[in-house]
Design a protein around this ligand. Structure first.
Ligand code: NAG
Ligand code: NAG
Ligand code: NAG
Length: 541
């Protein structure tokens, strides 16, 4: 073969191997090589701290409790929860008393994290963390009527949270309770979707639908549920293929951005469910055979009269991935593995590259593979959106204690940030900077009212390509971000130039708590898909 033939062949092979999507972007940085625990659960708080915890029975962690404190009646003087301060990139150890392993939670309207359940002595606990600089966890024994382990929570329009399911808990309850006798109504959908040997319906995907009902997806199908009447309002078809998408066949899901115009949702309300592990994968993994993860996503217009799943194929198969809404309405799919299932030692072949999904593109041009991390983030890894638009990534510990040597995927104590390509310096002339917000106190918004937001952009602005989005800070664990939602507010192309590089846009707050329950949100101005750093706002009734 001549040199030129070889060159030609090489070029053809390169073309054949070219990824079927645009070039990779984004960048990674290690923020802290060790936070002392493996971040299994994460919640961003409205003061830009992130509270994290793993479990209390891992043995001694790599960070001590402050002032020589030890756990009650124990020789363990290490912390199993920490608070991370995004601004100073520092951590503070916290004392969580009972076992928080595989629990759930919701940021409440007052800015405290109300976390529920866990394991053993933590089954029925409610724990409250209100950040104040020196504050610590407070615990409420028997705060729950049922044991909750692997449940999903959601903030409700009335300011309470609902806690749905958990292992062998085919029911739901609320916190706080209306009365001491408030019980846990049964939820047959969790019985119907429970695979007897392997479950595949834990940590169900729960979203508040803008008519006040809940969309609940478990295993391979979904319902619309009226929790106040304990009635199924609508039953959606099983996802084509019928493959399981919930723990331990852990996929992920998001409610796609809700676009508001004159108080109603433009187009449809849609849910996207991606990845998971095929039927039988849990049993196979326990026998040392690691089935390839699912590479499909199902997308459904849950508001349609005759809703149907539309299937799409991801460029990378993924189990235990996290799906996060970025401030510009794109979906980031990050962390996880390409084989096996969730559970101790049951995942293989980490997926190091995140993938971005652009919901508004044509089918076939929605996915983009991003630059890879160097750190496997498999079982018990986490990801949350930060106010500055970065994604905080932590955790990964597929072992039942801390293991740093002689294992495939050592316990990961590090914190990393993934910066989507909108943070590249090449986008800085497009990037809005909000200048409205009073610096310290969080900006208040009332339902249906307009707010004027001033911002600066250093480069030229296309006023028709400015939008305002609101993102809820979600509770992330086990590949699901509870309470995650993004609203694109009605701005009616109101962006006007005020003076040199300064602009004003008028946005209308969502009409009611069904669209956005009262509480804390991140608000962003987005210009040509490049978001500003967010500001904290408080939706008030
Ligand atoms: C955590 O602590 C253990 C025991 O002291 C040590 O062997 C290990 O290297 C530490 N790991 C990290 C990442 O700090
Ligand atoms: C510690 O042990 C004492 C004595 O057995 C007991 O009364 C107390 O309840 C224990 N405390 C906790 C937090 O378990
Ligand atoms: C805003 O601008 C976009 C882009 O030019 C256009 O498609 C849309 O119809 C405009 N909306 C309004 C309310 O004028």
């Amino acid at each position: 073969m001549t040199f030129f033939n070889t060159l030609f062949l090489t070029a053809v092979l390169l073309l054949l191997h070219a990824p079927p999507c645009p070039a990779a972007g984004g960048s990674w940085s290690v923020l802290l090589p060790s936070i002392g625990i493996s971040a299994m659960h994460m919640q961003l708080l409205p003061n830009d701290r992130v509270v994290m915890y793993d479990r209390t029975d891992f043995g001694v962690s790599n960070i001590s409790l402050p002032n020589g404190k030890c756990r009650p009646n124990s020789t363990d003087c290490s912390a199993h929860s920490v608070e991370y301060d995004v601004g100073s990139n520092t951590i503070r150890p916290l004392m969580v008393l009972t076992n928080v392993w595989c629990s759930s939670g919701t940021l409440m309207p007052d800015g405290s994290l109300v976390q529920t359940g866990g394991w053993a002595d933590g089954y029925r606990r409610v724990r409250i963390y209100k950040s104040c600089g020196t504050c610590d966890w407070k615990e409420i024994p028997n705060g729950l009527t049922q044991q909750r382990w692997y449940a999903s929570n959601h903030l409700l329009p009335d300011g309470r949270q609902i806690i749905i399911g958990g292992r062998q808990a085919f029911n739901y309850e609320f916190y706080p309770k209306m009365s001491a006798t408030e019980n846990s109504p049964s939820f047959p959908f969790l019985v119907q979707t429970n695979d007897p040997n392997v479950e595949n319906n834990l940590y169900p995907f729960v979203f508040l639908y803008p008519d006040g009902n809940l969309f609940v997806f478990a295993n391979n199908r979904a319902i619309l549920f009226d929790y106040s009447k304990n009635q199924v309002v609508k039953t959606y078809p099983t996802m084509p293929g019928g493959q399981p998408r919930n723990y331990p066949s852990t996929g992920s899901a998001v409610l796609l951005p809700l676009r508001l115009k004159q108080g109603v949702i433009v187009d449809a309300v849609e849910v996207l469910v991606c990845g998971g592990a095929p039927k039988g994968a849990f049993a196979n993994a326990n026998n040392g055979r690691f089935d390839g993860a699912l590479d499909t996503c199902g997308r459904i217009k849950i508001s349609d009269t005759n809703p149907q799943w539309v299937m799409e194929t991801m460029p990378l198969a993924r189990v235990m991935g996290d799906m996060l809404l970025l401030p510009n309405g794109h979906v980031l799919i990050i962390n996880g593995a390409t084989a096996g299932v969730a559970g101790w030692e049951l995942g293989r072949n980490p997926v190091l590259s995140p993938v971005t999904y652009r919901p508004d593109n044509q089918i076939g041009s929605r996915f983009e593979v991003e630059n890879p991390s160097s750190k496997p983030r498999v079982y018990h890894s986490t990801a949350v959106l930060l106010r500055d638009g970065r994604v905080l990534v932590g955790g990964s510990n597929p072992h039942d204690k801390y293991e740093f040597t002689n294992v495939l995927y050592p316990t990961e104590l590090s914190l990393e940030a993934f910066s989507p390509s909108y943070l590249d310096s090449s986008s800085s002339s497009l990037r809005p900077m909000i200048i409205t917000s009073p610096k310290k106190s969080n900006y208040k918004m009332r339902y249906g009212r307009r707010v004027a937001i001033m911002f600066r952009v250093s480069g030229p602005v296309d006023v028709n390509l400015v939008s305002v989005t609101m993102v809820s800070p979600s509770f992330n664990t086990h590949s699901f971000s509870m309470n995650q939602r993004l609203l694109v507010l009605d701005t009616s192309n109101s962006t006007k130039e005020l003076g040199k590089s300064t602009y004003r846009v008028v946005a209308t707050a969502p009409p009611s708590g069904n669209f956005a329950p009262a509480g804390n949100y991140l608000l962003f101005v987005v210009h040509k898909e490049v978001p500003s750093p967010g500001i904290w706002v408080r939706m008030q009734r």
